[in-house]
Design a protein around this ligand. Sequence first.
Ligand code: SF4
Ligand code: SF4
Length: 409
Amino acid sequence: MLEQIVFISISIIWILALCLILLSYKKKYNLTMANQQSSTGFFQRLRNLLVVGIFQSRILNKPLSGFSHALVFWGFLVISIASIEIIIDGVFGSELSFSELGGFYYAISYSVDIMSYIVIIACSVFLVRRLINSPKRFQAYYIGIKEKFDAIFCLLMIVFLCSSLIYVNIYHSQLYDYYPVSGLFSFDIQYYHYKIIWWAHILGLFLFALYLPFSKHFHVYLSLFNVFSDSTNSYAYYPSLKSIRAYVRQSLGFETEIQSEDVMPERFGVFDVSDISKKNYLDSLSCTQCGRCSQVCPAVRTGKKLSPRKIFIDVRYRMNEYYKNKDSENTLVDNYITSEEIWACTTCNACSEVCPVNIRHANLIMNMRRNYVMDRAEIGSDINLFMRNMETKQCPWDMSPEQRLSWFK
Ligand code: SF4
Ligand code: SF4
């Protein structure tokens, strides 16, 4: 009974702490603007959720790392069932409460037991790879020691949680036949050893769940939600500003009435995090920092300063700063993301095509450009040169129009 009271007390504190953390994110989310994307039907979103979210279609093109990551994800989903069972057991002082499900419980416990070993093997490979031969896509000037530590810490925690779960399974396998792999181990485990590891598992799980929102692994909570919330199937979706459409039509001589909802915005495009859409912010929280986008980005490959991954890391960091101090003189554009980065994008959308969590990079970048053009009347130096050449020489390059085809002779 005492153990139960302690467990329930810790659980209540944990739930309150988790609610407070998630509430702070909700407040940050509320600081952003409404999405301007057109709405895709529910079934299309559901399809995205199943294909991209659950079946991990975007990462399976890399047979080793992609499939291993998918295994960890699928394992995580299955092992979550065991974690829920452990929490219910703790609250009610029961043991294997889901075994009431009868034959179905065999399917659950067999999967949990097998997946625990698979996840340990996959995470150990990821750990060794990160420590000994870190892939190039994990390295960038903006990925500091904090991000590297975060990745290694999370992998170690997953290994610890799966190992402790296996220990608990081995103990139970002395009494029940629900564990095909753990049941093969024949050593006896004392009850108090089992209890120590059981508590270590549950406390580790609670602490890890509280740590995740502060880590890049927040995507564990949000990635499926982000995929489902993606309301456009077009990578290149750059909506015009509805509010000023009537003014533009009028200035072009069309007969249009300005409606009461057509209010001229205070600012065009994105200058700071208060201008980004809710989807942009959700994107920044869901980013796994896997680097697949930067790996395929032509701007990165040709040595430009832009990195699509960094854009969303910056959004997240700037929102944290803005949330704490709205009067800070810093802004997303200029202090975090420079003009050089914004104008280096070719809007090819290769980044969005490979992103495993349906992040729309170019949509945000184009909105930052909109701010440059419409609020500051500035454009990138390359485009400026292009315009000047077109105006003065009727040729995009700095040469006479007669010479512009001479390069292929
Ligand atoms: S934006 Fe997408 S592809 Fe790029 S690092 Fe984040 S999750 Fe990976
Ligand atoms: S859309 Fe822009 S950021 Fe994305 S891959 Fe193309 S150039 Fe890079």
